[in-house]
Design a protein around this ligand. Structure first.
Ligand code: FES
Ligand code: MG
Length: 573
């Protein structure tokens, strides 16, 4: 992009008379009460995702005001515009089904409307990846503003926050340890304010990843939604966007292989959500970069988990913020980072770490010599059950189960699971392996976070807290357990998972990075022939587009036609 902001002149649909087009454009915007003096400036679009259906973005009005102030202080013209907003609890069949739609909305509105730079306001799980994917494809100077985490609440003297504690209390309720009244009481406390989930779920993971990618102002990941720190970050973001427009600091200069490598390091070091891998793969794909899962696993072996946050550790996002946020983490990780990666500030990540000063005593980010977990939180598995790979969040798994062989207890799909999981007749023991099919990208569809299979009620009552579970789906970053996810290719398109039967033996070895179905190739081929898989289709609409073009987990579950046309290389390099 040319260094000179083109402002409202950008993309005039002239039909032979650009002067008239600009004349019309100005007439309409003046109709909204603007003077000529307001118009001849760099235009900063602000993608606003406030929605009554999205309490994670409940501070959007205040953020908008602060961004606009920042833009105007720097001499720019702020122009907010709406896009799709997605919340985890209010999007059916699953938020992931809509992520690519939001990315297309973001990309095309950034492209269509005159703006020299764009501020992306996102927070809830799928919104930040959707915005980064869209902005990466649109290509103009772009900067991410995170909405920020919610505050923690208190239940009978115990600190609680969404949604690791949601799961914990619901588990206790299912096991009959707490009653209706108490589960209602804790429900009041789990989400104590607007903002995103307060643990290291996908929203917090993507916030940290956005900062690690260099896509936010320094310190942009951690301030809670309702704090003055968050509002000041918003003001700085607006100011920075104007300068990015003036400098022509387009997104391709920030989203480089070095930036993705840093983001992966951070994802592993924070014990981040497994969803982060899928999203990073999709964002990288928009830049023509392929995520190399085996290289990621190697990087994981040498990247310790340093951040002591739930669900892998004990603290909440607001504690991370008090401990200095990403500056503290990046300082510790420094020897493992690509310090030359450029950020939205126009300086490198190394320069920003340098500028953040020496740090102080705190107990949320561990020193690299004394990690909370010696290797990266996520391991990549392969084997005849997952030729295209699968993953496990080992930092949130039961160490006892990570080398395990057991008998498969198979559920064909979500309905089958709902019907039988709590039945007293279910033939299951704590040594078995629960297998769920048909929750992959095309299976459910949208690869829902159903990979966190509940412990069968009869085992839960007997005090069983963990059991090996596996599927082609995803899992919420706020969940924990010995759970294998993203089995690729998925069962709905005929992956080997489709042919697992009750009673088959399955071996999981995190040490050997292996997931094996102990059934011969010949037998699997026989089963495939006897019961061929018919992939799901749809007759019309978005569902048709989705089912016909969605890619597998190892491609980021993006639509095949949205990926960059040209392949530029692999990450991590
Ligand atoms: Fe929005 Fe958890 S539901 S971040
Ligand atoms: Mg989530």
């Amino acid at each position: 992009m040319a260094p000179n902001p083109t402002g409202l002149r950008k993309g005039l649909t002239s039909y032979g008379d650009p002067g008239f087009s600009l004349f019309l454009r100005k007439a309409f915007i003046k109709g909204a009460g603007y003077t000529d003096g307001a118009l001849d400036r760099p235009v900063v679009g602000i993608a606003s995702t406030g929605s009554a259906y999205n309490p994670c973005h409940g501070n959007a009005p205040q953020l908008l005001e602060a961004v606009k102030r920042g833009v105007m202080l720097a001499g720019g013209l702020p122009m907010e515009f709406p896009t799709i907003s997605i919340h985890e609890s209010f999007a059916a069949p699953t938020s992931m089904y809509l992520r690519n739609l939001m990315s297309m909305d973001t990309e095309e509105m950034v492209r269509a409307q005159p703006m020299d730079a764009v501020v992306l306001i996102g927070g809830c799980d799928k919104t930040v990846p959707a915005q980064l994917m869209g902005a990466a494809s649109a290509g103009i100077p772009s900067i991410q503003l995170i909405t920020g985490s919610m505050l923690t609440g208190s239940h009978r003297g115990e600190r609680v926050g969404a949604c690791t504690d949601c799961r914990r209390y619901w588990g206790r309720f299912r096991a009959g340890e707490i009653d209706d009244d108490e589960v209602g009481e804790v429900n009041d406390q789990l989400v104590a304010s607007v903002g995103t989930c307060s643990v290291m779920g996908t929203a917090s993971t993507m916030a940290c990843i956005a900062e690690a990618l260099g896509m936010t102002v320094p310190g942009g990941a951690s301030p809670p939604a309702v704090t003055a720190d968050r509002m000041r970050v918003a003001e700085q973001t607006g100011t920075r966007a104007v300068q990015m427009a003036r400098d022509g600091l387009s997104i391709d200069k920030v989203l480089t292989p070095a930036a993705f490598e840093n983001a992966m390091r951070v994802l592993l070091a924070i014990g981040g959500s497994t969803n982060g891998i899928v999203h990073l793969t999709a964002i990288a794909g928009r830049m023509g970069l392929d995520v190399d899962l085996d290289a990621l696993d190697r990087v994981g072996r040498e990247t310790p988990v340093l951040l002591d946050l739930k669900p892998s550790g004990q603290h909440y996002m607001e504690d991370f913020h008090r401990a200095g946020g990403m500056a503290t983490l990046l300082r510790e990780l420094r020897p493992l980072l690509r310090l030359d990666a450029l950020t939205v500030t126009g300086r490198t990540l190394g320069e920003e770490i340098e500028a953040s000063g020496p740090g102080f005593d705190q107990d949320v980010v561990r020193p690299i010599a004394r990690p909370i977990y010696p290797q990266g939180g996520i391991a990549v598995l392969r084997g005849n059950l997952a030729p295209g790979g699968a993953i496990i969040k080992q930092s949130a798994a039961d160490a006892r189960l990570m080398e395990h062989e057991g008998r498969a207890v198979v559920f064909e799909n979500l309905e089958d699971l709902a019907e039988r999981i709590d039945s007293d007749d279910l033939d299951v023991t704590a040594d078995d392996v629960l297998v769920l099919k048909n929750i992959g990208p095309r299976g459910a569809p949208g690869m829902p976070e159903a990979g966190y299979l509940p412990i069968p009620r009869k085992l839960a009552r007997a005090g069983v807290k963990d059991i090996v579970r596996m599927s082609d789906g995803r899992m919420s970053g706020t969940a924990f357990g010995t759970i294998v996810l993203h089995i690729t290719p998925e069962s709905a398109i005929g992956g080997p998972l489709a042919h697992v039967r009750n009673g088959d033996r399955i071996r999981l070895s995190v040490r050997a990075r292996e997931i094996a179905l102990l059934v011969s190739d010949e037998e699997l081929a026989r089963r495939a022939e006897a019961s061929p898989v018919v992939a799901p289709t749809a007759g019309r609409g978005y569902r048709k587009l989705f089912l016909e073009t969605v890619t597998q987990a190892d491609q980021g579950v993006d639509f095949d036609f949205l990926r960059a046309a040209k392949t530029m290389g692999k990450v991590p390099e």
